[in-house]
Design a protein around this ligand. Structure first.
Ligand SMILES: [Zn+2]
Length: 349
């Protein structure tokens, strides 16, 4: 029994460890539950190899038995773990097979619904692109404004009848939701160090007004150009280019005298009807023209309010309602459709 030179206990321990290795090799390739079960019986069964080795313990001195028992337990645990792993591997393979059979890779895929930009966003982006192309920088300002920026500096002092033109949402006596984007121009001119300045502001404005063509919240775009020798011809040229790019290359404009407190002279700007090209139709009420925006040369009083000398600088401003542009462009008759978020409406753009 001492042929290999090892003490008897070490030899038994070595045999047990060898068994674990053999079992590992057998279980690694086991392709069926039956094969795994057979391996279990072969190693761990009552007449299995582990038991057989343990039976030799009777020949060993009592003092050496506990250390053998320890190794025997380790080997049994190891083989049982290998058996569990083998079973799990078989079950996974089985599940993959079932999945593979149930997925028909030749079926067409599910169509993903694509979102799109809101028609107002599309209109704002178009207008911004055109104005940027005309040399305007984008400018932004707060939607809650002080009286000075919204009215006072724009030549609309307290009790001025022009305040009647705009029904205002007041936050308190001197603070309001801005009624137009013009305060952004005031802020721009106050910060102006040296002309020229070309800015365009786009944003939400608020008025107490609601029907099929008016919403209490709507969007305005305003352009402002300040330099030393700006003329009405510059304004007209800019507007002609703006309208032809936003609406139609053949669109013509027509200016009619008007009144705004912050411009002098002021003009309402019409464009030739894009539906009938000026021939007269229902859209333009047979006039051949559609009113599209307001514009004018900046009033000297406005320059004084922002500390610019009206003898040295001149400029023009124009303002346009985004909703109105979008309604004309897309033939929409009710402004409220823009805010209802009805997908049947929005998906058409
Ligand atoms: Zn028309």
């Amino acid at each position: 029994m001492h042929g290999d030179g090892l003490p008897e206990a070490s030899r038994v321990q070595q045999e047990l460890k060898e068994l674990a290795k053999v079992a590992e090799g057998d279980l690694k390739d086991a392709g069926s539950r039956e094969k795994i079960e057979a391996t279990r019986v072969h190693f761990l069964g009552k007449k299995g190899l582990v038991s057989k080795i343990l039976r030799q313990m009777g020949d060993l001195p009592a003092a050496e038995r506990p250390s053998i028992g320890l190794v025997a337990n380790e080997v049994r645990d190891r083989i049982e773990a290998l058996i569990d792993e083998g079973i799990a591997r078989l079950e996974n393979a089985q599940r993959d097979l079932v999945l593979l059979e149930s997925i028909d890779v030749t079926l067409p895929g599910r169509r993903q619904r694509m979102g799109a930009k809101h028609p107002l966003t599309q209109t704002i982006e178009k207008i911004q692109d055109v104005l940027k192309g005309l040399g305007f920088d984008l400018a932004f300002g707060p939607e809650i404004e002080h009286d000075f920026y919204n009215f006072e500096a724009l030549n609309v002092p307290a009790h001025h009848p022009a305040r009647e033109m705009q029904d205002t949402f007041y936050v308190d006596r001197d603070v309001m939701l801005r009624t137009h984007t013009s305060p952004v121009q005031i802020r721009g001119m106050l910060a102006l160090k040296e002309p020229p300045m070309r800015i365009a502001s786009v944003g939400r404005v608020y008025r107490r007004d609601q029907d099929v063509t008016h919403s209490p919240v709507f969007h305005q775009v305003e352009g402002l150009f300040v330099d030393d020798k700006v003329t009405f011809a510059d304004l007209k040229g800019t507007l002609a280019s703006f309208v032809s790019q936003v609406f139609s290359p053949t669109a013509r404009i027509r200016l009619r005298p008007s009144y705004f407190p912050f411009t002098e002279p002021s003009a309402e700007v019409d464009m030739s009807c894009f539906a009938c090209d000026g021939q007269g139709c229902r859209l333009c009420k047979n006039t051949g023209f559609i009113e599209i925006l307001g514009a004018g040369m900046i009033d000297p009083e406005v320059f004084k309010a922002v500390n610019l000398d009206p003898e040295k600088v001149s400029g023009f401003a124009f303002g346009i309602g985004v909703e109105r542009v979008a309604m004309l462009k897309y033939g929409i008759s009710d402004i409220r459709l823009f805010y209802e978020n009805d997908l049947r409406f929005l998906e058409q753009f």
